[in-house]
Ligand binder design. Structure first.
Ligand code: PEP
Ligand code: MG
Length: 756
């Protein structure tokens, strides 16, 4: 049976899942001989009982917690609920908070109207004891009943001096407030206090909701299904009284900059408070304790392999390590510390890479477009490990330069239509499309050819040594045509002119009539399902001819300059293998004509962009004609879900995400279950036909760790993304490879042990 209660001295680092990271860390420290207040953990399993059975504990659970408390009584010589020597407990969540916020805690649990007097006698300080009781009431009211702090503060008035009379008044008022709003009086029964405290801190979602403004009195019943954290219960250590007392927090390295060496703060207790506070004071006044803290930092960091945050208390010259947790670091500090820990041989390069999160990379790229030296080094390490090739999608030649700087190992998708649709070029494209004869069309294209050639020359130069995948024109026809409404308006205007002027406009009017006729002829009711992409190329082969000629002319020029040029011609939105075959023949024909002598230096490839589900389903046939497959997952997602991205995102995807019909927006994160499954199947089918078929994804919805891990797992060769996404994609690809290697090693070990 899973353990419900674990004493700190019984815990191990491996029990982190059961005990929570704080509890497991303290257990490690305690066993290594470090001064840690005695305590125990009510595990996640134990805490679950509070929520699933509306707070009723079974007799065995009550006994287990009771015997852990008795263990603490034995260690301290104090007794829980005793009027003479009361044992007081601190109850906290044992899970580290990812945002470095203090996790909810209840201190001085065990105080009531009787034991508070025992504490007063024990410490010889009634004012201190009353204040502890006041703090317990306030925290209890807030955490257990959701009563905001402000309501307690309003009861106190001037907080600068709290004498005994004022504290007694506050205690009475606080108790009343709890009874009024919480609907139950504050329990004088210390066992009930402890149970409520454990329940409150273990309920992390509830606790975090309490941090924000909420209605008082509404949080008493945890919802089933909410997350339960283990609870850490420790003997209270008093750092607020006496000559050599105080409390502080240290980090094993600077959490903002990552600089080596202990840093932090210390505040001495009121009695010995001097103007000169902080760690410097501690180093001067208590050098041994300071050295002990230094040692604790380095021990813990070595053991945990992470920068540590330690909260400590000094009680009459005795140091106690109260809480430890991994430090929350800035992006800069996270990268620097990770690299330093590798150089200090505390962690491996692979461990370092696994720690990098997307926000670290985004933050580092905000200030420095190519990243800091730390990021660069981590990227180099990632490149040594990753198996996926990271390519870039580009819309213009200058993007190729940026992509190279970000570490792209080639171009995975060059969208040529973006170049042709620029304001200076579109009129030539339109002229060509609207021409009545082939010879006229060719004349229009002659003006475009040198422009496209220059585009490709620039890209080949930027990508010297790397493959460049150029997608032939991928547009629905209507996007290339002039607007019919605008043309008709102009015709109306011309026709309304006086007969005299009309004559002057006669030539324009005739041309307008012709263009309107041609645009009407080409009009389609469903343009995005009509003469588009590769179908358009079969209707207007001159455009593709021109593009191919521009590519191969640029290649010849590049080769003669001494560049390594590898064009990969991508045919968009293939649906049937015959479409690919037709266009492939055209590519080979133009290549033969243009490359001439240079053909042996220009090993071009021809591949299929797979966006239509039919192409994926017939991958084995398509592979006959393709040197590579590139999945356009944006459009493949649209076609598989049966809705267009822009409309769906405007109207219902967000709603669906909230109501969890679709758990992620499939245009942001690959739908592995559906689209992913089809891709995997197509890759397998394609490789049965052609074992060395190059495969990858050029849609822009795969640059998150889960999608990249999927791409790695199914053995894709590349992922192509926007230039700005390349650095993180390189890291994610390495993370996917490391996880894959570790999983394989675990499976092998398991197999070996099964055989043994
Ligand atoms: C795609 O559909 O995934 C794709 C990359 O094509 P586009 O250029 O239309 O984004
Ligand atoms: Mg597309």
């Amino acid at each position: 049976m899973t353990k419900r209660v674990v004493l700190l001295e019984e815990g191990t680092a491996e029990m982190k899942g059961l005990m929570g990271s704080k509890g497991a860390g303290l257990a490690v420290l305690l066993q290594a001989g470090w001064p840690v207040p005695a305590g125990f953990i009510v595990t996640r399993e134990g805490c679950r009982a509070f929520c699933t059975r509306l707070g009723h504990l079974s007799t065995e659970e009550v006994q287990e917690i009771g015997s852990a408390v008795r263990h603490l009584e034995g260690q301290t010589g104090k007794f829980f609920g005793d009027s003479v020597a009361p044992l007081l407990l601190a109850v906290r969540s044992s899970e580290a908070n990812s945002h470095d916020m203090e996790s909810p805690a209840l201190l001085h649990v065990g105080l009531n109207d009787v034991t508070v007097e025992g504490l007063a006698r024990q410490t010889n300080d009634r004012q201190y004891a009353l204040n502890c009781y006041r703090i317990l009431l306030q925290d209890y009211g807030q955490l257990v009943h959701g009563i905001p702090y402000t309501l307690f503060e309003e009861k106190l008035g001037d907080l600068s001096f709290l004498d005994e009379a004022k504290l007694e008044f506050a205690i009475a008022e606080y108790k009343q407030l709890i009874e009024d709003i919480g609907l139950h009086p504050f329990p004088q029964d210390v066992q009930l206090q402890l149970k409520e405290a454990i329940r409150a801190v273990s309920h992390t979602q509830r606790a975090s909701r309490l941090n924000s403004q909420q209605e008082p009195g509404l949080q008493t019943t945890p919802r089933s299904g909410d997350h339960q954290a283990p609870a850490l219960i420790q003997v209270m250590v008093n750092g607020e009284q006496g000559e050599r007392s105080g409390s502080g927090t240290v980090y094993s390295r600077h959490p903002g900059t990552g600089e080596r060496g202990m840093t932090g703060e210390y505040s001495a207790s009121a009695a010995s408070q001097t103007q000169d506070e902080g760690l410097g004071q501690l180093r001067r006044e208590e050098p041994e304790l300071y050295d002990l803290l230094l040692e604790a930092c380095s021990y813990l960091e070595n053991y945990m392999g992470e920068v540590q945050k330690i909260q400590f208390i000094i009680d009459s010259g005795e140091l106690y390590l109260l809480l430890i947790s991994p430090a929350c670091l800035s992006a800069k500090a996270a990268l620097r510390c990770t690299i330093d820990l590798v150089h200090e041989e505390i962690i491996t390069k692979a461990d370092a890479i696994l720690r990098i999160e997307p926000w670290h990379v985004t933050e580092m790229l905000k200030g420095f477009s190519s990243g800091t030296p730390e990021l660069q080094l981590l990227l180099e390490w990632s490149d040594e490990i990753k198996e996926l090739t990271i390519l870039s999608n580009i819309d213009h030649p200058q993007d190729a330069v940026t992509a190279r700087l970000q570490g792209a190992e080639g171009i995975g998708l060059c969208r040529t239509e973006h170049m042709l649709m620029s304001a200076s070029r579109l009129p030539f494209v339109q002229k060509m499309i609207l021409a009545d004869s082939e010879s006229e069309r060719r004349r229009g294209l002659e003006r475009l050819l040198p422009m496209q050639q220059f585009d490709f020359e620039q890209i080949f130069e930027a990508m010297d040594g790397y493959p460049v995948t150029i997608r032939l024109l991928d547009l629905p026809l209507h996007e290339l045509l002039p607007d019919l409404g605008v043309l008709e308006k102009r015709r109306e205007w011309l026709q309304a002119e006086e007969p005299q002027e009309k004559e002057d406009f006669q030539i324009e009017l005739e041309e307008l009539e012709r263009v309107i006729r041609r645009v009407s002829e080409l009009h389609e009711h469903h343009p995005t399902l009509g003469q588009q992409v590769c179908r358009l190329s079969t209707v207007f082969p001159e455009i593709v001819d021109m593009q191919l000629e521009a590519i191969f002319r640029a290649a010849v020029k590049g080769i003669r300059q001494g560049w390594w040029v590898r064009p990969e011609i991508m045919i968009p939105q293939i649906g049937h293998v015959h479409e690919l075959q037709l266009l492939r023949d055209l590519v080979d024909h133009v290549a033969d004509q243009v490359l001439g002598e240079e053909k042996r230096h220009c090993l071009y490839r021809v591949g299929a962009m797979i966006e239509a589900p039919r192409a994926a389903l017939t991958a084995a046939h398509i592979a006959r004609q393709a040197d590579f497959f590139s999945f356009g997952t944006d459009e493949l997602t649209e076609m598989m879900f049966g809705y267009r991205r822009h409309e769906s995102e405007k109207r219902f995807i967000q709603l669906d995400t909230d109501s969890r019909t679709v758990t992620n927006n499939p245009f942001h994160v690959l739908d592995i279950e559906g689209v992913g499954q089809l891709i995997e199947m197509a890759v397998v089918q394609g490789r049965i036909r052609k074992p060395h078929l190059k495969t990858g994804i050029c849609g822009e919805n795969v640059v998150d760790l889960e999608s990249i891990t999927f791409c790695h797992r199914i053995g894709l060769d590349f992922v192509s993304c926007l230039p700005a996404q390349i650095p993180y994609a390189r890291i994610a690809a390495a993370q996917a490879a490391i996880k894959g290697q570790r999983e394989r090693a675990n499976t092998q070990n398991a197999d070996i042990s099964t055989i043994a």
